[in-house]
Write a new protein. Structure first.
Length: 449
């Protein structure tokens, strides 16, 4: 007898699961409810579309409704908000936003893939015209249309994380002046502060008015734009991006009695199943197992959402596939620099009692042989378990070839390699592409000493 599969959320995790279920169970009933009007879009590409680097916004749509329905035979219903999960009757309540009607839908197996939403701090005036967050494709459309319809000479970004930095670059690409207001004492807060000195200088050199250690008090709509009142003074601006973080959309799970973790995101096991039988969760609304900390963490990433959704779909359809966990690997392009990290930071490692004493090594090396024209420096920082020499975390920053080098270290952490083993890796060498001792090898050998 075929089961009925229901998925709440039509982005990365939800559509990955739906596609996997349909391949494994071609005759089963499968329905996806999505609150918004778009499914499966590349949110990470939105700053580059807003800036015009990506000319065709349609390319951000990874999977269209027509493709999902006609080619993959998935019943996707946009504009449908799931408002309740009744675990005892295995029923959800769905609100059709176009007709303003509610109806019940029964499931045999359910996936919660409700994602996360932007955190909007309670700043007076934050709901003014010209103030935006950037999380959904609809957000991206609103921002791009606002720039097209108004004379934008200056933009203010509240927050200094990856999205804020990418939007700063997008605005400068459009020759729009930018002020970035950051409450903390550094940009890119997930990175170590000692790795960011050159990047901070570079952001300022690119024309960003960077105001660290500054609090936004109020936003006010004026006849000729907006005024941002901060702890450092007033900023006259034409539009504002609020980029102060995200939070998981886990309220449905909480109301249904499904267990959540310390972060507020949904707790799941290695099979992506929640604390309630036949209910799974994946994507930005769920915590995942951290391979170094060996505990559940909330580090929302597109990569883990896609992989986790696929594995959830497999298991909903009868498999017993395990999700091995994450390292929190991330990368961002900030003007001419690339910053990347994986595993634990020095601070995180020091806070973990299970790992014992740790130490760090930081080196700077070239991406090519020193005598070959165009060699560019990159800085590598390793976090190492002292008694075993095991690599626990890594960060890199530079103007060339950072991301894929960082991937080598992510692979090494996954394999629980020591810095001695990493220092002997047989990596590529040719003067135009890498020195005989790659910065990865140098860092590992210095750490091993």
């Amino acid at each position: 007898m075929n089961k009925k599969y229901v998925i709440i959320g039509g982005d990365a995790a939800g559509m990955s699961a739906a596609s996997k279920i349909r391949r494994m169970q071609p005759e089963s009933e499968l329905v996806v409810f999505e609150k918004g009007q778009h499914i499966s879009f590349a949110a990470c590409g939105m700053p580059y579309w807003i800036s015009g680097v990506i000319e065709d916004g349609g390319k951000l749509q990874v999977l269209t409704l027509e493709m999902a329905r006609d080619k993959r035979d998935i019943d996707v219903r946009v504009g449908h908000e799931v408002r309740n999960i009744d675990v005892s009757s295995k029923t959800i309540t769905v609100h059709n936003m176009s007709t303003d009607e509610d109806f019940a839908e029964i499931y045999d197996s359910l996936l919660i893939a409700t994602g996360a939403r932007a955190v909007v701090p309670p700043i007076p005036g934050v709901d003014s015209e010209g103030v935006f967050t950037l999380r959904s494709l609809a957000d991206g459309h609103r921002i791009k249309n606002y720039i097209a319809d108004h004379e934008i000479n200056h933009a203010t970004i509240i927050g200094g994380g990856h999205i804020g930095l990418e939007m700063a670059e997008a605005y400068r690409h459009l020759n729009i002046d930018v002020t970035m207001v950051v409450r903390g004492d550094q940009i890119a807060p997930s990175m170590e502060k000692d790795m960011l000195e050159k990047l901070t200088e570079h952001v300022i050199e690119k024309g960003v008015d960077l105001q660290l250690g500054t609090r936004v008090n109020t936003l006010e709509r004026l006849s000729n734009g907006l005024e941002v009142q901060t702890s450092a003074g007033r900023i006259k601006t034409d539009m504002v991006i609020v980029s102060t973080g995200i939070k998981p959309n886990s309220e449905l799970a909480v109301e249904a009695g499904i267990e959540v973790g310390k972060s507020g995101a949904i707790l799941i096991d290695e099979h992506m199943q929640t604390s309630v039988e036949n209910i799974y969760a994946g994507g930005d609304c769920a915590e995942l197992h951290h391979q170094v900390l060996e505990e559940s963490v909330w580090i929302p990433m597109a990569t883990s959402a896609n992989k986790g959704g696929r594995i959830a779909g497999e298991n909903m359809a009868g498999a017993q596939t395990k999700f091995p966990g994450i390292l929190g690997t991330s990368v961002a392009k900030v003007f001419d620099y690339t910053i990347a990290q994986t595993g634990l930071t020095e601070k995180q490692a020091g806070q973990s009692e299970k790992l014992g004493d740790t130490e760090t090594t930081t080196i700077t090396g070239g991406n090519r042989a020193h005598y070959y024209p165009g060699s560019k420096p990159m800085t590598v920082k390793l976090v190492v378990q002292k008694n075993s020499g095991r690599l626990l975390g890594a960060q890199m920053i530079g103007k060339a070839d950072v991301a894929k080098r960082l991937d080598v270290l992510a692979t090494a952490i996954t394999a629980k390699m020591t810095v001695e083993e990493i220092g002997m890796l047989d990596l590529t060498y040719a003067p135009p592409v890498a020195p005989v001792y790659d910065p990865i090898l140098v860092a590992a050998n210095v750490a091993n000493k």
